[in-house]
Ligand binder design. Structure first.
Ligand code: ZN
Length: 242
């Protein structure tokens, strides 16, 4: 079975459409969305609609959580706070009830899906250090955990969490005996110095993870964000991918 894993779309419709078109050509069986469909970008409503139509699992991200008023924006930087308030204004009761149904964590077979970390999923910890990876490994028993949140495609192995592997858009063959935390990168706001949209496909038969980078019309996205008067820093970072 081929599973597509997408995360951190962040209201970027052009990136999402390009990624869904790319996924269609890969003949996948299911599409799992790991959260943060909204926030930062100018098209939260259209992105929620497309994810609703195309994805078999929809997970709660911290930006959905904030939009539902379940957490404040005190931890956010000013640009994130401004875009978060703007996003919330775009959502009607209909979208609010859609995201209220998103799951916090989703086990399926011997894999686990979560937005931030399986360790206290509603506390939105970043897994970017060996210490955070160890805490995460201690809190689940599946072999593979796919996650997002940091927007950096990166893999931690339980045996050597101090040596995370950066993914630069190629395949990864997990050792069938090992346990891994696999960050699938970000569709709508990559932060690994590659501006292209990022997602992953897990082939359960070949037991292989393939990372894909997909070009999209960044300029159109930036124009729409500018028109919506979203913070400049969020607009410019898209062309740098960081
Ligand atoms: Zn995010």
């Amino acid at each position: 079975m081929k599973l597509a894993l997408i995360s951190d779309i962040h209201g970027n419709l052009e990136a999402l459409v390009s990624v869904l078109n790319h996924i269609e050509k890969q003949k996948v069986d299911k599409i799992y969305c790991l959260g943060d469909v909204i926030g930062y970008g100018s098209d939260p409503v259209s992105c929620l609609e497309l994810v609703g139509k195309n994805c078999d699992v929809k997970l709660m991200g911290n930006h959905e959580y904030t939009a539902l008023g379940l957490t404040g924006t005190d931890d956010y930087n000013p640009a994130a706070r401004k875009s978060s308030d703007w996003t919330r204004e775009q959502l009607t009761d209909r979208e609010q009830s859609i995201i209220a149904e998103y799951e916090m964590i989703h086990p399926t077979g011997d894999i686990l899906l979560v937005h931030a970390s399986p360790h206290q999923p509603d506390q939105w910890h970043y897994i970017m250090t060996p210490d955070a990876a160890r805490k995460a490994f201690d809190s689940f028993s599946a072999k593979l955990c796919f996650y997002g949140h940091s927007h950096v495609p990166q893999i931690f192995c339980e045996r050597e969490p101090e040596l995370p592997r950066m993914q630069v858009g190629h395949d990864f063959l997990p050792d069938e005996e090992g346990r891994y935390l696999i960050n699938v990168g970000s569709v709508g706001q990559p932060r690994d110095n590659d501006a292209r949209a990022c997602y992953a496909i897990f082939d359960t038969d070949e037991y292989e993870v393939l990372y894909h980078r997909v070009e999209y019309d960044i300029e159109t996205t930036q124009e729409k964000m500018t028109q919506a008067k979203l913070p400049r820093t969020l607009v410019t970072r898209l062309s740098a991918g960081r």
